[in-house]
Design a protein around this ligand. Structure first.
Ligand code: TA6
Length: 287
């Protein structure tokens, strides 16, 4: 019986979640970060930059950074750094479980003197990662463990591994309104059946559908979400990629971020309250 175990991943402790059918995910304790996902009988589905720092205080470039309590530079939790601090600090390994056709693992982050140096909120975060066959499920649970209510934004900043971004399409967003970060935050309506990338794309689609399809040749990924009301589509393209020290020059060609996000409608948690957001990816190979 294959077993979920603690491994070393680029010098970082990580949970290798391994299902009996061979499906696996690697979650680094730094950032509670899903750094790899290989479906049963498949190949790596997440982009990971080999230039990532893999050290505390720096975000891993690729995989699925957990963004909490601040997406980008949103006004909620404004003391926190851009994209929050959950991706910068060590988490701890929690429960793991293996069934006949799945394996799951959890990682946790509790507020501490270190996190309160970034933002005063008291919280408990739990990320549950489950692999089964061609599917990866990620669930982020946030509990307000303090005495004061607060508001925050959050995301699972998923970097999909694509063969060539110019041949990739994101389908299912037609008719949705988006904020175009490449045009000073202008609001636009999506008029196309598919989002294609031929330049920098940085969009927050508000009130996104519960699923979209990312097509790239015969390899496709079905992206589903709940709790997260928005979907962010991001590719830095050539110039911005060149400005990112932790990306190789051609890295932008092999990644596309489809991020389950909660940006437009921040979450408010009273003491003791909980919020849950989920993103699921299913790898589909078309005939
Ligand atoms: O989610 C899209 C985005 O906010 C972009 O604006 C972009 O620059 C990116 O995330 C990466 O941010 P990072 O802080 O990881 O370099």
């Amino acid at each position: 019986m294959p077993e979920t175990s603690l491994i070393d991943f680029h010098g970082l402790p990580a949970l290798r979640i391994l299902a009996p059918d061979g499906a696996q995910a690697i979650v680094t304790l730094l950032g509670g970060h899903v750094a790899s996902w290989i479906p049963a009988g498949g190949t790596e589905q997440l982009y990971l930059s080999e230039r990532s720092a893999f050290e505390a205080g720096k975000a891993i470039r690729g995989g699925v950074p957990v963004i909490f309590p601040r997406f980008g530079t949103e006004p909620e939790a404004a003391q926190a750094p851009r994209h929050g601090f959950a991706r910068l600090v060590p988490w701890t390994a929690g429960a793991t479980r293996t069934g006949s056709d799945f394996a799951l693992g959890t990682v946790r982050l509790e507020s501490s003197a270190q996190t309160q140096g970034y933002w005063p909120g008291a919280f408990s975060l739990e990320l549950t990662v489950c692999v089964a066959g061609s599917r990866l499920d990620m669930e982020l649970e946030v509990t307000n463990s303090g005495a004061d209510a607060y508001r925050f934004t959050a995301a699972l900043h998923t970097y999909l591994n694509v063969a060539e971004v110019e041949d990739t399409r994101v389908e299912g967003l037609r008719g949705r309104q988006y904020r175009d970060q490449t045009a000073g935050g202008e609001l636009r309506d999506e008029r196309h059946d598919a989002v294609v990338v031929g330049d920098e794309v940085d969009r927050v689609y508000f009130d996104a559908p519960s699923s979209v399809l990312v097509r790239c040749g015969r390899r496709n990924v079905h992206v589903e979400q709940s709790g997260f009301s928005d979907l962010v589509v991001w590719n830095p393209w050539e110039a911005k990629c060149a400005s990112l020290a932790d990306m190789p020059a051609n890295g932008f060609r092999h990644m596309l971020c489809t991020e389950a996000a909660r940006v437009g409608n921040p979450i408010r948690l009273a003491p003791g309250e909980q919020w849950v957001g989920r993103q699921s990816l299913t790898a589909l190979t078309l005939p």
